[in-house]
Ligand binder design. Sequence first.
Ligand SMILES: *Cc1c(COP(=O)(O)O)cnc(C)c1O
Length: 391
Amino acid sequence: MSAVGRGGATGSDAQQVGFDEAWFAERAQPAIRHLRAYDPGHDLVALRQRFGEAALVELGSNENPYGPSPAARDAIVSELSSLHRYPDPRGGALKRALAGRHGIGVDNILLGNGSHELLMQLAQVFAGPGDEVVFSQYGFAVFAIATQAAGATSRVVPALPLDAGMPLGHDLDAIAQTITPATRLVYLANPNNPTGTWFARERFATFLQGVPAHVIVVMDEAYAEMADTGAATDARPLLARHPNLVITRTFSKGYGLAGLRVGYLLAAPGLVAVMERVRESFNVSGPALAACEAALADEAHLQGTCARNAEQRAQLAEALASRGLRVLPSQTNFLLVEFGDDTARIESALLERGVVLRPMRGYGLHRYSRISVGNSEDNRRLLAALDEVLA
Ligand SMILES: *Cc1c(COP(=O)(O)O)cnc(C)c1O
């Protein structure tokens, strides 16, 4: 192969035709060559331009419509005089606040630029070519991307059937049986996105007892704050007994700070120390650190928004069901809804009316859409548009 590429092109020809994505993909590391980028659903910036922000009902990204604590905004404003400074590379103050909040040590915590970053780094650190990573069908999309980017092999375990007590949920028995000596990592989400499904901690405790210690079990609890099941699903009490357990959390959902990009993981200090080796320096910005610390202190705001979400979730689920639609159970801020054969038509007709849902084709759930639970006005507008479209 020529050192300068096909046809002997030189660097100065780099703008010319031929140097497309496929050309560069051939030069990428094997793991990256066939990787498909995370699909954010729609081009929301373009849609906002087209409809105007006020006219758009954005129910495609599981954002928190109530926004963060006002204390978080104030903390960001206070940080504005320090923008020329690097942030605390260790995120010490936020970690101390999190340690107090979760009743664990500061050295049990790693901060990420969103939990997405941490999910990627876990595979980067603990899995590689020849290794297997186990997760459920319809598990969070990042699990597959992280595995593939690390060059490891995905072992995708069929989800529970639609007629199960928890339709499309994680089949923990089958997941346990898929673990082999080649398994390095298991990714679980509780509750899971995009299915909204969950399982009890008691059930998970039994599962963990059967997992060999060499396998790291990652429990993504992005929606933990929003689950009414609260203590019954929360895996934190299992951390002390299981050094191979990692719990990821985020400020993007319950805390309403998706725009700041802050997530964190809770794990054994040794695991955190190894993960630190690949963490980018200053991966969480100064304003983000300050805002999250303030948000954490405003428990009343968190509880208030989660209660409103739960109330709206129940009302929206009932309204959709009363229109003859199947709505899967959810402990999150979204609902998985079956539109059946008409799914693509309904999604595009809603989009024409400025209502954005998340198509599920990428997950292989062609008959379903994921609808984030908005505030009462968002949900009213969604239902009005849906009634037009279904008429
Ligand atoms: C939204 C979500 C996250 C959060 O990602 P961030 O990078 O922290 O914004 C993680 N896991 C799941 C399952 C999610 O739905």
